[in-house]
Design a protein around this ligand. Structure first.
Ligand code: IMP
Length: 195
């Protein structure tokens, strides 16, 4: 039976890396910083052409929901979904399974990603968006997991850096579609990972 303590750890969790309050604090800081940068960049134009925050489905949904509310500027929200063929551990071929529904030519885009691992997904999305001639493309990643980086991507805003190659879940991040609703970010027990 589940106890009502909000912090009761899921039994598949090995260790919490970032707590709910650490995440909330960092998201507030990011929201403020990003908003200030766009205000500086756009001035009064921000009211006519607000930036578009483009979230990657499904991992970035929870992060974007909180980040957007920490940004006190005009903002539009949009979503894309990219999936990879083949094994999850190999780069595989990437495919857009849900594209943007709005034209982005001349618009300022903020890509919002949950975690950057090899960098393939972001590199692919950047190429796709750049071909549509946006005014600018910036990237905000909640987690920058560095050990397996294969494509160099410039991250403009990073929540937390992970230097260990841990598989993490929670706050939108999944393993086999589970654990996205955990309020913290944690490393999964090896026993919970079926290979
Ligand atoms: P990349 O293309 O290798 O950078 O992978 C990015 C995608 O892989 C992310 O959007 C996640 O969906 C997934 N991913 C990578 N590492 C993790 C992890 O530790 N936990 C959950 N998902 C991950």
């Amino acid at each position: 039976m589940l106890h009502d303590g909000a912090h009761r750890m899921h039994h598949d969790i090995e260790r919490i890396l970032f707590t709910e309050s650490q995440i909330a604090q960092r998201v507030r800081e990011l929201g403020q910083q990003i908003s200030q940068d766009y205000e500086k960049l756009l001035g009064e134009k921000i009211f006519r052409e607000p930036p578009i925050a483009v979230g990657l489905l499904r991992g970035a949904v929870i992060f974007l929901a909180d980040l957007a509310r920490a940004m006190p500027i005009p903002l539009e929200l949009a979503f894309v979904a990219i999936s990879s063929y083949g094994m999850s551990s190999s780069p595989g071929e990437l495919r857009v399974v849900k594209d943007l529904e709005v034209p982005v030519a001349g618009r300022h885009i903020l890509i919002v990603e949950d975690i950057v691992d090899t960098g393939q997904t972001l590199a692919h999305l950047q190429e796709l968006l750049n071909a549509r001639h946006p005014a600018s493309v910036k990237i905000c990643a909640l987690l920058d997991k560095t050990p397996r980086r294969a494509r160099a991507v410039k991250l403009d805003y990073v929540g937390f850096t992970l230097t260990e190659d841990a598989f993490v879940v929670g706050y939108g991040l999944d393993y086999a579609e589970r654990y996205r609703n955990l309020p913290y970010i944690a490393a999964l027990k090896q026993s919970a990972i079926t290979t």
